[in-house]
Structure formats: C-alpha cells, structure tokens
Design a protein around this ligand. Sequence first.
Ligand SMILES: [Zn+2]
Length: 50
Amino acid sequence: MNSDASELGRCPECGERIPETWLLIQYETSDGKTRIWAECPACETVVSPE
Ligand SMILES: [Zn+2]
C-alpha cells in the first residue's frame, strides 16, 4: 500500500485524479451516504469527485 495512492476520485470536468489532500468538505446525506467536495488540481474547480 502506498500512502500516495489515496485519492478521492476523478474530476467530472476534466477526468484528472484528485488526491485526498485536495478534499474541502465531507458530509453525510440524509440517506446515510458520504458525499465530498474537493478542488481539482488540474482545472481548479470545486467538484464532487466520481
Ligand atoms: Zn478538473
């Protein structure tokens, strides 16, 4: 396991991988799912990683 392998997902705008360190907000929805918002390092947009 590499510590630098942790990522949140991919940017829906440009497809870039978003590292865990770019996480902005993490919250739970009313149906118990965890949603996150992060800033994409490539296009500098706040997105919900996929
Ligand atoms: Zn992006």
